[in-house]
Ligand binder design. Structure first.
Ligand code: UD1
Ligand code: PEP
Length: 430
């Protein structure tokens, strides 16, 4: 498939209603966990994006049947599976290939995985996965590929060395198959971790503490079949709040999953962007103050990411672009990843007033009028942030490597064009 380029004509006001897709980071562990049961599983509201398509291919490669029966409905039946010959190219395409470790280990007693890929946003450690599997009774060998073996998984009191999202998900799936009770302490609690736990419960697992940092699993569970709807993507909702704000456009984000939006709304409120809630819809008015709130005493405020329920790392790039359009000064502190902030060079080239202090911190002084420019998307969220910048800038921008954006956002060009944006999607000239 040729690489994709977006040509964006900026400076247009948007309006209308948009519904977020299902959460990518829920769909991925849930598709992988569907391999845990011999019975058929139907998943609805699955985002039809590059990452889910790749994982579906990997599921087929281990012997499961996986069919899209509608655009966003996926049926998976893992009657018999084998944990062998996983394609290194497919595994390297997505971070979520590591999520096959838990279900395949539980079903087959061993699995060898080529290293996972995913966003190039800094070092992405796997040590927490290894720690959890070892405590549940597996042996782990990590060389050019990752090998996990366990003739029997045993429940354990596991303290994760950090609340890693995918490590919590792998440990949760393995614990459902393990004999005895497992406590996962210092567990991640993101909406996608909750979604996975609720899917496992729908299959028949006994899990307590969903949404907290101590998850208790009583195993082993006898699993059946289930139909499960993936919850809305809170990161996409946050991206759309940023889009509405930078283009000064009134947007209604329908079925936004407002119960999970508190820290995200607070983050944008610090930038002077206030959203209303109507039922499960989020309403972003166009008449925002866009005035950054100083800390008490007039001190320079900061916005930092942290594990859930705090402001999510995957929204930092969006928040930075948004802040360029706000009045005031703010320190943006990305604590988790070392390379996620380098994309700000593109915003600086467009006229953004940003000082990159070090790989983790940037000071943004706004507002600045952005000018269209050529850009290259390094990762999903930086790509989406650049798309926001391009839509609000004066003139035309080109975003190369827009495939990255499409790893995480479904038909984003069509959906934003329906709101009034002008994004042309073309195969890039090589
Ligand atoms: C498929 C999927 O679900 N991917 C998400 C998942 O990736 P993933 O599960 O790979 O991310 P982890 O939660 O393991 O951690 C991400 C990084 O943050 C660091 N870290 C983590 C916890 C902590 O308290 N302190 C800390 O510094 C880790 O060392 C690591 O470098 O979670 C990340 C963090 O929300 C998101 O960016 C990714 O979109
Ligand atoms: C970092 C992300 O994805 P992944 O973990 O799949 O690379 C993301 O969704 O922003």
């Amino acid at each position: 498939m040729p690489p994709i380029q977006y040509i964006v004509e900026g400076g247009r006001r948007l309006s209308g209603t948009i519904e977020p897709s299902g959460n990518k980071n829920s769909a991925l562990p849930i598709i992988a966990a569907a391999l845990l049961t011999e019975h058929p599983v139907t998943l609805t509201n699955v985002p039809r994006i590059r990452d889910t398509e790749t994982l579906v291919e990997l599921c087929r490669s281990v012997g499961a049947s996986a069919e899209w029966t509608e655009r966003n409905t996926l049926q998976i039946h893992a009657k018999e599976i084998r944990a062998a010959d996983l394609d290194p190219v497919l595994c390297a395409r997505i971070r979520a290939s590591i999520l096959l470790a838990g279900p395949l280990l539980a079903r087959c007693g061993e699995v060898a995985l080529p290293p996972p890929g995913g966003d190039v946003i800094g070092r992405r450690r796997l040590d927490t996965h290894f720690l959890a599997f070892e405590q549940l009774g597996a042996t782990v060998t990590a060389t050019h590929r990752l090998e996990f073996r366990a003739s029997k998984l045993k429940g354990a009191d596991v303290f994760l060395d950090e609340p890693s999202v995918t490590a919590t998900e792998n440990a949760l799936v393995a614990a459902v198959a393990a004999r005895g009770t497992t406590y996962l302490r210092n567990a991640a609690s993101e909406p996608h971790v909750q979604d996975l736990a609720n899917f496992l419960i729908a299959l028949g697992a006994r899990i307590e503490g969903v949404g907290t940092n101590t998850i208790t699993v009583h195993g082993p569970a006898t699993l059946g079949s289930a139909t499960f709807a993936i919850q809305p993507d809170h990161i996409e909702v946050g991206s759309l709040i940023g889009l509405a704000a930078v283009t000064r456009s009134p947007l209604r984000i329908a079925r936004a999953g407002v119960e999970h939006l508190r820290s995200i709304r607070m983050g944008f409120e610090r930038l002077g962007i206030v959203c209303g809630v109507e039922g499960d819809d989020l309403v972003v008015p166009s008449n925002q103050t866009m005035k950054i709130h100083d800390d008490f005493g007039g001190h320079v405020p900061k916005l930092e990411d942290q594990p859930w329920p705090a402001f999510p790392a995957d929204l930092m790039s969006i928040a930075i672009v948004t802040a360029t359009q706000c009045d005031g000064v703010i320190l943006m502190h990305e604590k988790m990843f070392e390379s996620r902030m380098f994309f700000v060079d593109n915003l600086i080239a467009m006229g953004g007033r940003i000082v990159l202090c070090d790989p983790h911190r940037a000071i943004v002084a706004g507002p600045s009028r952005l000018r269209g420019a050529p850009m290259n998307s390094p990762d999903i969220r930086a790509g989406m942030a650049m798309l926001l910048a391009a839509v609000c800038a004066n003139g035309t921008s080109t975003i190369n490597n827009a495939d990255q954006i499409e790893r995480g956002y479904e038909r984003i060009d069509e959906r934003l064009n329906a709101l009034g944006a002008k994004i042309k999607r073309i195969p890039a000239r090589t």
